[in-house]
Design a protein around this ligand. Structure first.
Ligand SMILES: [Fe+2]
Length: 175
């Protein structure tokens, strides 16, 4: 039930938004709220997917588009896991299921610069939503001792994106 409901949701998103045609800000907000509403009705224990241990990171494929379009993953990150500032180059909707993740948003120092400055941090815990536009830059860190379970819906399948390292930035202190 849970997996089928999530796959059906992604199939609907894919009909509406392909790899080349993403949602605008209002559509992204609606889409995120729809996914959040669906998640409230689902039992994620039914998926029976393993939680990451300390320092581990698991990427469970829930609905990956064969055409490289909108795709859904369940990400589990263990205590202590962090990611450097990076962009996705596609839109993203993140919904917290278990555990808590700190998301820090960065801005480029100058147009085209690979050096970025932290702007704000928000925590994404169970039942909370984070929306990212294709050009937004963020970094993540697991908060506390509990592994996270977060749903990540991306506008493009992850295997179609440029390598992660090429989407990373250098964090510098504000001048
Ligand atoms: Fe990310």
């Amino acid at each position: 039930m849970t997996e089928a409901a999530l796959k059906a949701f992604v199939a609907k998103v894919e009909l509406r938004f392909g790899p080349a045609f993403g949602p605008g800000p209002a559509d992204l907000r609606d889409l995120g709220e729809d996914l959040l509403r669906l998640c409230r009705k689902l039992d994620f224990n039914q998926l029976d997917l393993p939680e990451a241990g300390p320092g581990q990171e698991f990427l469970h494929h829930l609905a990956v588009s064969p055409l490289g379009g909108p795709s859904l993953y369940l990400v589990s990150e263990g205590p202590g896991v962090t990611s450097p500032p990076h962009e996705h180059q596609t839109w993203a909707v993140i919904v917290g299921i278990r555990g808590c993740e700190i998301n820090t948003r960065f801005e480029r120092q100058d147009v085209g610069s690979r050096q970025v400055v932290a702007v704000e941090s928000v925590s994404v815990g169970p039942g909370q939503l984070l929306l990212l536009s294709p050009e937004q830059i963020h970094a993540t860190a697991v908060l506390g001792e509990r592994a996270t379970f977060h749903l990540h819906l991306y506008g493009k399948a992850l295997h179609t994106l440029p390598p992660f390292k090429s989407r990373c930035f250098d964090s510098v202190s504000a001048a």
